[in-house]
Design a protein around this ligand. Structure first.
Ligand code: GLY
Ligand code: MN
Ligand code: MN
Length: 501
């Protein structure tokens, strides 16, 4: 089969490949994917070949797979959310600078699992003009390194001119570099990744070729969000804010956490999000003090708080918004006191979320505010980060994008176009706090006063999480659509109550 090449006119058409995400909507244009690939090509240089593989479908159990989700970098460079996809970029070539390997149409398979996009659709969505079958990928790699012809018919390929002459010249001059996205093995449970297996095979055959990791280059590109990416992130956040509002209404009559979860996830799908970006956390009562509580099976504690940390995903982009609210619609004095600390930490650290500042400064500011406020309630005996850390034991934010905890260069200060969460929390866990070495080393009188305060607020967990766009000026809170202050939350919940009949 010859490779399918498409004229620029076809490539220019906007056609979103979203067969696995369902909804068809205007998203990122092919020209933007082309520009991203061009930037990567410039960065890796003329002696390079860049190869990115798709995620392998993940098995859930038996013959049931998890829904397919494309590898982030491949999605970022192509928009193609299909398994068995590979992108190849050859910056030094004049003719064949980009190739996508994509599944062949297969009617007998398609009647089971749905339409496989035609090569024309893959080309139109991604802006890559040459689309080849996975069956031809091994031959393509041979052609790259051995200089065989590529488009020529089989009987003359031995004599044909090299398909990728510039890269071949780099191979022969000993300058060739193979750029792969070298993933953390954590994602594969320690087993070699697809990229590692590919590199090992290639190294055996071509020991002189150098391998480079493209992950840092892609990370630097992905940190700054484009206007089109911000539109998708905002859509995911708006859907999530609506889900939070629906959850606040639902909890008033729900008996179990899972009913609130159902309302949240119904809202995601009902408003067109493909899915959640991470498993929903719907915690009632004491469960609010467990950071990543995902069981969502317990009874709603009527005089307790409910914490929902949830995020919709839209075209691969995540939201991540947490709200904490009283199951009965009104905060008790103790719940309110703890809530106001988290809110003060957020309000006090938000102004630092602007270009030039570092994420660590925001974190430190939030912890300092939390420590100062906990001192007023007697929950710490001194405002130190160690004592505050008994109640706030996670970082107060992270970048957001194609992953909920998106890629990020910790050495880099904030730049305009980055999106970060701001998520201070206070978790009063009596046994952990009173059993800690920090508590045990306090003088007896301090222990007595602190113990009394801990018992008063025990079991209260509050997190407030908003998604923030960094600009050169004021930070923009993208998740402001979800009620955030005590007054806003109580007013919203009261407004949703059914009038008495
Ligand atoms: N939802 C996970 C987090 O807030 O980081
Ligand atoms: Mn978060
Ligand atoms: Mn979250």
């Amino acid at each position: 089969m010859t490779p399918v090449r498409f004229p620029t006119a076809v490539v220019g058409a906007v056609l979103l490949l979203a067969t696995h995400t369902g909804a068809q909507r205007a998203g990122i244009q092919p020209s933007e994917y082309q520009a991203r690939r061009a930037a990567l090509a410039t960065a890796i240089g003329a002696d390079a070949v860049f190869i990115a593989f798709s995620t392998d479908p993940a098995r859930r159990t038996g013959d049931v797979d998890w829904p397919f989700r494309q590898e982030d970098n491949l999605l970022y460079l192509t928009g193609v959310n299909e398994p068995d996809t590979t992108l190849i970029i050859l910056p030094g070539e004049r003719e064949r600078r980009e190739v996508i390997v994509a599944r062949d149409r297969d009617p007998s398979n398609e009647r089971w699992t749905g339409v496989i996009p035609a090569a024309e659709q893959v080309a139109a969505a991604s802006g890559v003009r040459e689309v080849i079958s996975p069956r031809r990928f091994p031959g393509f790699v041979d052609a790259l390194f051995q200089g065989r012809g590529w488009d020529a018919p089989p009987q003359s390929s031995y004599f044909a001119a090299p398909g990728m002459p510039a890269f071949l010249a780099s191979v022969r001059a000993g300058r060739a570099e193979v750029w792969l996205v070298m993933h953390d093995r954590g994602a594969t449970g320690g087993a070699p990744t697809r990229e590692q297996r590919f590199a090992e095979d290639l190294r055996r055959q071509y020991p002189d070729v150098r391998f480079r990791d493209a992950a840092p280059l892609l990370l630097a590109m992905r940190e700054i969000k484009s206007a089109a990416e911000l539109t998708l992130i905002q859509r995911a956040i708006d859907i999530t804010a609506d889900a939070q509002k629906a959850a606040m209404a639902r909890v008033l009559t729900a008996s179990h956490e899972y009913e609130v979860q159902a309302t949240i996830e119904f809202t995601f799908r009902n408003l067109g999000a493909c899915c959640w970006a991470f498993p929903s956390i719907v915690a009632a009562g004491r469960n609010t003090t467990t950071l990543h509580y995902e069981a969502n099976n317990e009874a709603i504690v009527r005089d307790g708080l409910v914490l929902t940390d949830v995020g919709a995903e839209v075209d691969g982009y995540s939201a991540d918004v947490t709200r904490t609210y009283p199951a009965a619609g009104t905060f008790s004095p103790e719940q309110r006191a703890i809530y106001e600390i988290a809110l003060a930490a957020q309000n006090g650290s938000l102004p630092l979320m602007r270009a030039g500042h570092r994420h660590l400064e925001v974190n430190d500011k939030a912890i300092d505010i939390v420590g100062g406020e906990l001192l007023k309630l007697g929950l710490v005996t001194k405002n130190t980060s160690e004592q505050a850390g008994l109640y706030l034991f996670h970082g107060t934010g992270h970048p957001l994008g194609l992953q909920v905890h998106d890629v990020y260069d910790r050495a880099r200060p904030y730049q305009a176009g980055m999106v970060f969460t701001n998520e201070p929390g206070i978790y009063v866990r009596k046994d952990d706090i009173l059993g800690s070495e920090i508590f045990r080393q306090l003088p007896a009188a301090d222990q007595a006063s602190m113990r009394a305060a801990v018992l008063r607020y025990d079991g209260i967990g509050v997190r407030i999480e908003d998604d923030v766009l960094i600009t050169a000026g004021e930070p923009q809170i993208l998740s402001a659509g979800a009620p955030r202050t005590v007054k806003e939350i109580e007013a919203w919940m009261a407004s949703t109550r059914q009038p008495p009949r």
